[in-house]
Design a protein around this ligand. Structure first.
Ligand SMILES: Cc1cc2nc3c(=O)[nH]c(=O)nc-3n(C[C@H](O)[C@H](O)[C@H](O)COP(=O)(O)OP(=O)(O)OC[C@H]3O[C@@H](n4cnc5c(N)ncnc54)[C@H](O)[C@@H]3O)c2cc1C
Length: 464
C-alpha cells in the first residue's frame, strides 16, 4: 500500500538509529537527508567537530603535559586554523563512511533532498537541482534536529561573527574571542579556545550558568577558567553588537561595559528545524521554538503513526539520548516493546577541563530533603594523577544516609566523561556506598577516585 514501512527525515543520531533498527526488524526504510552527506548536525557541525577540535587543541597545544612542563609548553608552535581543520576533515570523512556503510549493510535506502509533508503519509522530496519526488510510508519519523538561533541584531558575516554551526569552519584563529551564551556549547568553545591561549570573554545575561550541574563542580570549573584569564561577563544582557572599521565585533552590555574582540561566537540557543516541513499538512503543530511535542514513552506525535525524536523534541538534546529515542520510536512503530528508559543518564560537557554528571546534584538532594552525605576525591590524591601531572580535577559523590544508596556523581577534570559510567552503573543498579568500599579498583587509575570519595563519605556517615 505504501512505498516504505518507514520514512526517516534527517540522518542525525536519532534518524540513523531508527533507520537501522527498523531495517533490522526487516522493514523497508528510506532516510531523507537535505545535507550534502549523511550524519546530521552531530557529525557535520555539532558533537563530532567540536570534540575533534577539542582533541586537536589539547594535543597540539600540549595541554595535558603542561602540569609537568609549565604553561609555555607547546607540542607545536604557531598553531593555525589549517592545523585544526586537517584532523577535523579526516575524522568527519571516517564518520560518514562508517554511517554510509551501515546504511548499505542494512539495506537502508537514502534520498538526498529536502522533505516536506503533503499529507500524513506522503512526503515530497526536493533535490538540490530542483527535481521533485513523492514517496509514501506507513510510519514517519521526524528527526530533523535544530539549527542555531540567529537573532536580527547579531551581524553574522562568516568572517568575524559566527554561529555555532559556522565556527567549525574558521578561516583563521582569532587573537581574542567573545562568546555569547554560557550554555553547554558556549562553555565548550570558550574553554577550548582559551586552551589555545586565545583571550576569551564569556558573556551570559543570567548571573548563573549550567544550572543543572552541581554548584560545587561549577565553582571548581569557574576557578580554573579565571586562572586561565577567561573573562566572565555574567548578569548583563547584550544591548547591541556592531562591527568596527576592521569588521571586528563590539558588544555593548546592559551594565555599561563594552567587550571588543577579534571574533564573536553567538551560541545562545537553537531552534527546531521544522519551519519548512509543512507540518500542518500532516496535522501537526510546533511550539514557539519550533519543537514538536511527543508522548515521552513512545515518541509518538499527536498523529500516532508519525514519530519525532532527537533535538526536535527538546530536552535533553544530546546525541547520546537522541540515539536511544530513535531506537525506541522504531521499536514502538513495529510492535516491539522498547526497554524502559533508564532512570538516570549522564551529561558530558567537553569543556577544558571536562565535566560530567549523573544523578542528583547536592542542591536537588537538599530540595527533596533527603538526609545525605558527600565524599570528595581530588585527582591529585591519586597516583595516576601524579603520573599524569594533574594539578586539578575533582570527583564528588552523594549518598543517602538512610539507605546508603548512591544519589549522584559529579566529576570535573581529565577523563570525567569516561569515568562517569562507573557511577552511572552503580546508580542505575541501585547500588550503595558499600560497592565502593568493598571493591578493589585498578591501580594506578583515576577511577581510584571512586574509592577515595567513597571512603571520604563513609568515614563521615559512620560518625553519623
Ligand atoms: C556544538 C555542539 C556540540 C555538541 N556536543 C555534544 C556532545 O558532546 N555530546 C552529545 O551527546 N551531544 C552533543 N551535541 C548535541 C547533538 O549534536 C544533538 O543532540 C544531536 O545531533 C541531535 O540529533 P538529531 O537526531 O536530532 O539530528 P541532528 O544531528 O540534529 O541532524 C538532523 C538532520 O536532519 C536534516 N534535516 C533537517 N530538515 C530536513 C528536511 N526538511 N529534509 C531532510 N533533512 C532534513 C539536517 O540536514 C540534519 O542532517 C552538540 C551539539 C552542538 C551544536
Amino acid at each position: 500500500m505504501y512505498d516504505f514501512d518507514m520514512i526517516v527525515i534527517g540522518s542525525g543520531p536519532s534518524g540513523r538509529r531508527a533507520a537501522v533498527q527498523s531495517a533490522k526488524i526487516g522493514k523497508s526504510v528510506l532516510v531523507v537527508e537535505k545535507g550534502r552527506r549523511v550524519g546530521g548536525v552531530s557529525v557535520h557541525t555539532g558533537t563530532i567537530p567540536s570534540k575533534t577540535l577539542r582533541e586537536t587543541v589539547l594535543n597540539l597545544s600540549g595541554w595535558r603535559e603542561r602540569g609537568f612542563y609549565g604553561r609555555s609548553y607547546r607540542v607545536k608552535q604557531d598553531i593555525g586554523a589549517a592545523d585544526l581543520m586537517a584532523r577535523l576533515h579526516k575524522t568527519l570523512d571516517h564518520e560518514v563512511e562508517v554511517l554510509e556503510h551501515q546504511f548499505a549493510r542494512n539495506a537502508v535506502k537514502t534520498a538526498r533532498g529536502e522533505a516536506r509533508f503533503l499529507d500524513a503519509h506522503t512526503i515530497e522530496i526536493t533535490a538540490e537541482g530542483g527535481e521533485v519526488d513523492k514517496v509514501t510510508a506507513a510510519h514517519v519519523l521526524i528527526a530533523v534536529g535544530t539549527r542555531p538561533f540567529r537573532p536580527d541584531y547579531v551581524p553574522f558575516n562568516g568572517m568575524s561573527v559566527f554561529d555555532s554551526d559556522e565556527i567549525v569552519d574558521l578561516p583563521r584563529l582569532p587573537r581574542s574571542l567573545a562568546v555569547i551564551g554560557a550554555g553547554v556549547i558556549g562553555v565548550e568553545y570558550a574553554s577550548i579556545f582559551s586552551a589555545l591561549d586565545v583571550s576569551v570573554t564569556l558573556i551570559e545575561p543570567r548571573s548563573t550558568f549550567l544550572d543543572f550541574i552541581d554548584k560545587e563542580l561549577i565553582e571548581e570549573f569557574v576557578h580554573e577558567l579565571r586562572d586561565r584569564n577567561v573573562a566572565l561577563r555574567f548578569g548583563a544582557a547584550v544591548t547591541s553588537i556592531t562591527l568596527d572599521a576592521r569588521e571586528r565585533p563590539v558588544c555593548k552590555l546592559a551594565d555599561g561595559r563594552t567587550v571588543h574582540a577579534d571574533m564573536l561566537l553567538f551560541a545562545a540557543g537553537r531552534v527546531g528545524a521544522t519551519d519548512r516541513l509543512n507540518l500542518e499538512a500532516a496535522g501537526l503543530a510546533v511550539d514557539h521554538r519550533g519543537r514538536i511535542g511527543v508522548e515521552p514513552k513512545t515518541l509518538q506525535t499527536a498523529v500516532p503513526h508519525i514519530y519525532a525524536a532527537g533535538d526536535v523534541i527538546g530536552f535533553p538534546s544530546l546525541a547520546s539520548t537522541s540515539m536511544e529515542q530513535g531506537r525506541v520510536a522504531a521499536c514502538h512503530a513495529f510492535g516491539l516493546e522498547p526497554p524502559p528508559p533508564p532512570e538516570f543518564f549522564p551529561y558530558g560537557i567537553y569543556s577544558v577541563p571536562e565535566m560530567s554528571t549523573v544523578g542528583m546534584s547536592e542542591e536537588e538532594v537538599r530540595k527533596r530533603e533527603i538526609p545525605y552525605e558527600c565524599g570528595i576525591a581530588r585527582f591529585r590524591e591519586t597516583s595516576r594523577g601524579h603520573i599524569m601531572g594533574l594539578n586539578s580535577g575533582m570527583m564528588k559523590m552523594i549518598f543517602s544516609v538512610k539507605t546508603r544508596r548512591l544519589l549522584g556523581v559529579h566529576i570535573v577534570g581529565e577523563g570525567a566523561t569516561e569515568l562517569i559510567h562507573i557511577g552511572q552503573a552503580v546508580l542505575n543498579l541501585k547500588g550503595t556506598i558499600d560497592y565502593f568500599i568493598e571493591n578493589t579498583f585498578n591501580y594506578p587509575t583515576l577511577a581510584e577516585a571512586y574509592k577515595i570519595a567513597g571512603l571520604d563519605a563513609w568515614n563521615r556517615m559512620t560518625r553519623v
